[in-house]
Ligand binder design. Structure first.
Ligand SMILES: NC(=O)c1ccc[n+]([C@@H]2O[C@H](COP(=O)([O-])OP(=O)(O)OC[C@H]3O[C@@H](n4cnc5c(N)ncnc54)[C@H](OP(=O)(O)O)[C@@H]3O)[C@@H](O)[C@H]2O)c1
Length: 330
């Protein structure tokens, strides 16, 4: 089959379309003819050689996929050839074919396209898991979502609002802040022009946030601790600004009884991902069918333009997801 491969670890110019063996579906796996996949920050780290795939995963980049079942493993019971499915992968999405465990595949609702559904798995499952399983966000609580216009941010805003939370976000431009507010954010702060902790304090009072969903890390450490209230939860899922702290004052953690936690979805075991997918399918997928949740697709690039798609993300241009449509690969 054709797939997007990496000549040598480096910039987007290292991506090219080449030949790779077509994967074989094992026992409980399905072979999916890929119609669309999507770009994640992790893909850029993997391309640069900083984020190797977990043991046993495809070395091809791509954490999510939507398409049509082409073949099934010997013991697959849930799907048949021709079904339209989408789901989370451990790797292998940037290709003509990918394999998916049958319990990690979700049915594509009639109202949604392949491009729409390729934009859902990685960011919505991450946001769901971090807000509700790890952050224990409850109705009426206040959540601060950094990088609000990112793929994960746009998913998190929508699900937090639907669950009755107050949502504050940070982002780096007016266009991105407007998009966050359209999705339901109550307070949108430009971190480039304002001190977000100060703005939150003025709007909501001191120590007023219950959960921080943090992709930024080092540069926001002190301000995050400042805005978190009693029994607050800080959930770290990326360190876009850096990962080393100096002059750390630990007293707020005791004084406010804070929980500091973090996670990476890709390294979770199969059982965890299956449970997450199944719960998401039961609770959230019906809301996509009703139009109450929406995949936020910024741009669709043909996969032949994968280099451009990576550069677009690296320039922080996207609001929501960058999708790759996978037609015939040449
Ligand atoms: N741990 C996990 O399980 C997990 C799973 C999925 C994703 N993630 C991580 O979550 C993050 C978001 O992923 P995504 O695919 O949704 O990303 P994305 O759409 O590419 O958005 C990332 C945004 O972060 C902002 N940003 C970048 N550097 C920044 C900095 N130094 N300070 C403040 N803001 C900065 C930029 O927006 P502005 O223009 O607003 O600055 C950028 O557009 C990524 O870092 C990704 O690796 C983690």
């Amino acid at each position: 089959m054709k797939a997007v491969l990496v000549k040598k670890p480096g910039d987007a110019g290292q991506l090219y379309i080449g030949e790779f063996p077509t994967p074989e579906p094992q026992d409980k796996e399905i072979l999916v003819k890929v119609k669309a996949t999507a770009v994640n920050r992790a893909d850029i780290h993997q391309r640069k050689g900083h984020y190797p795939p977990p043991k046993g995963a495809s070395p091809i980049i791509g954490l999510e996929v939507s398409g049509v079942v082409e073949a099934t493993g010997a013991n697959v019971t849930k799907w048949k050839v021709g079904d339209r499915v989408f789901g989370l992968l451990e790797g292998g999405g940037y290709a003509e074919y990918a394999v998916l465990h049958e319990d990690m595949a979700m049915p594509i609702p009639d109202s949604l396209s392949y491009e729409d559904t390729a934009a859902i798995p990685e960011v919505f499952l991450t946001a769901y898991q971090t807000l509700f399983w790890i952050g224990h966000l409850k109705q009426g609580e206040r959540v601060l979502i950094h990088a609000g216009a990112s793929g994960v941010g746009t998913a998190a805003i929508q699900m937090a609002k639907l669950n009755g939370a107050y949502v504050a976000v940070t982002a780096g431009s007016k266009e991105k802040l407007d998009a966050c507010q359209k999705l339901g954010a109550d307070l949108a702060i430009n971190y480039k022009t304002d001190d977000f902790a100060k703005v939150i304090q003025e709007a909501l009072g001191p120590s007023s946030i219950d959960v921080v969903l943090d992709f930024i890390g080092a540069s926001y450490w002190e301000q995050n601790l400042e805005v978190l209230g009693m029994d607050g939860r800080h959930v770290l899922i990326s360190t876009l600004s850096g990962y080393k702290l100096e002059n750390v004052d630990l007293r707020a953690i005791m004084g406010k009884r804070l929980t500091l936690t973090g996670t990476t979805l890709r390294s979770r075991d199969r059982d965890y991902k299956v449970k997450l997918t199944q719960e998401f399918m039961d609770t959230m997928l019906p809301l996509f069918k009703k139009g109450e949740l929406k995949p936020i697709v910024d741009r669709v690039f043909p996969i032949a333009e994968v280099q451009e798609a990576h550069r677009y993300m690296e320039a922080n241009k996207n609001i929501g997801k960058i999708v790759l449509s996978v037609g015939e690969l040449r």
